[in-house]
Ligand binder design. Structure first.
Ligand SMILES: *Cc1c(COP(=O)(O)O)cnc(C)c1O
Length: 393
């Protein structure tokens, strides 16, 4: 892969490894292990595996390596490690960095399972965690201490789409030598600028836009070679969070069309947000590139487009929200996002049900809030579906 290639080219060709058959499509090396020519060769490989040498699929596999190299290429990262799911990636990134006695500062508005890791799991192992309102830079300044080891945040929060000023947080963290880990799902690899803005480690659930067709779980951690090879890889390869070669192949094929899909979905999301802004059934339309968004200027600075998700706050609370969900014909009630199929989610009763009312209020997750993941269908059909359903509210 050439560093001078642009993203579209890297998405199609990056990381490709051909076998002796010269296959056009990436091969699925559906193998757990690898045979050695001799006992001496096995010994040598265990001492130091070469670039094209593998030992065991939990450590690495040619199809998985293609996916890792392609992801690293498009993000401009030195190295990547692919995982069985987005949560294996988040858990691996944080657990490998932190140990008992360390201090972590994290944004409070997190994907439910991420919140479980920082609030429940890490403290069990003696990690001290401080949660902050991620949009308040003074809160970060107050929480980050000389002994802070790492900082964790989602670049764009779920489901209220609040942006965090990654650059400002990185400046504060780096001043005390802390590593910044960014869960970048909502920004997508296409609109992400997390590494440019200073992030040390970037994590994706590739279940979302990278697969983009609702088939496989997957995740990836990206960062400097020193961190990926010496800190993260030993943790993940011995704890079993490896990605399946089959899933890596699905993800590779997903990457080929990622730029096209994400841009088309994002353009539709923007059109829908713009068309629904000010609708009399809606208290709020939340979309980063809409001028009323509280961090609109930051969204324009850090994101080339507004992303594929918007949220709507419907007058009339849960009852009205449920009526809208049940009236939709094209949008499917589910909880994935970044999929070719448009998906509608009621966070308060599903993805964020575990939180109590006070916690949901603090995060802006009102009973009338619905999250809209815009897919690849015709945008006119999607808008008509939403407008008809809103009339039912
Ligand atoms: C979905 C998601 C995850 C978890 O990914 P899985 O692939 O479901 O394990 C983590 N963080 C964010 C922001 C997500 O949207």
């Amino acid at each position: 892969m050439s560093d001078t290639w642009n993203t579209r080219t890297k998405l199609v060709h990056g990381g490709t490894r051909r076998s002796q058959y010269g296959e056009m499509a990436e091969a699925i090396f559906m193998t757990q292990g690898f045979a050695y020519e001799s006992a001496e060769a096995a010994e040598a490989r265990f001492i130091q595996a070469g670039e094209d040498e593998f030992i065991y699929a939990r450590y690495g596999n040619p199809t998985v390596r293609m996916f890792e190299d392609r992801m690293a290429g498009i993000e401009g990262a030195e190295a990547a490690f692919a995982t069985a799911s987005g949560m294996a990636a988040v858990n691996g990134a944080l657990m490998s960095l932190l140990r008992a006695g360390d201090h972590l500062v994290s944004a409070r508005a997190l994907f439910g399972s991420c919140l479980y890791i920082v609030e429940d799991i890490l403290p069990r192992f003696g990690v001290e965690v401080t949660l902050v309102d991620g949009t308040d830079i003074e809160a970060w300044r107050a929480a980050i201490r000389p002994d802070t080891k790492a900082v964790f945040l989602e670049s764009l929060s779920n489901p209220t789409l609040e942006l965090i000023d990654i650059k400002a947080v990185c400046d504060l963290a780096h001043a005390v030598g802390a590593q910044v880990v960014v869960d970048n799902v909502f920004a997508t690899p296409i609109f992400s600028r997390a590494f440019d803005l200073g992030a040390d480690v970037v994590v994706y659930s590739t279940t979302k836009h990278v697969d983009g067709q609702g088939r496989c779980l997957g995740g990836v951690v990206l960062g400097r070679a020193e961190y990926i090879r010496k800190v993260l890889e030993p943790y993940l390869k011995h704890t079993g969070g490896a990605m399946s070669p089959f899933n890596a192949w699905v993800m590779l094929k997903g990457l080929e069309t990622l730029d096209l899909r994400v841009r088309a979905m994002s353009e539709s999301a923007h059109k829908i947000a713009h068309a629904l802004a000010g609708h009399n059934k809606l208290a709020r339309v939340i979309y980063p590139h809409l001028s009323g968004h509280p961090q609109h200027a930051l969204a324009l600075r850090d994101m080339e487009q507004g992303g594929t998700v918007l949220s709507l706050d419907i007058h009339g609370g849960q009852e009205a929200a449920f009526r809208v969900l049940n009236a939709l014909q094209i949008f499917t009630i589910s909880n994935n996002l970044g999929d070719a199929k448009s998906i509608i989610t009621h966070p308060a009763t599903t993805t964020h049900q575990r939180l109590d009312v006070a916690q949901r209020d603090a995060l802006g997750i009102t009973p009338g809030l619905i999250r809209v993941s815009v897919g690849l269908e015709d945008v006119g059909d999607l808008l008509a579906d939403l407008e008809t359903a809103l009339a039912a509210a």
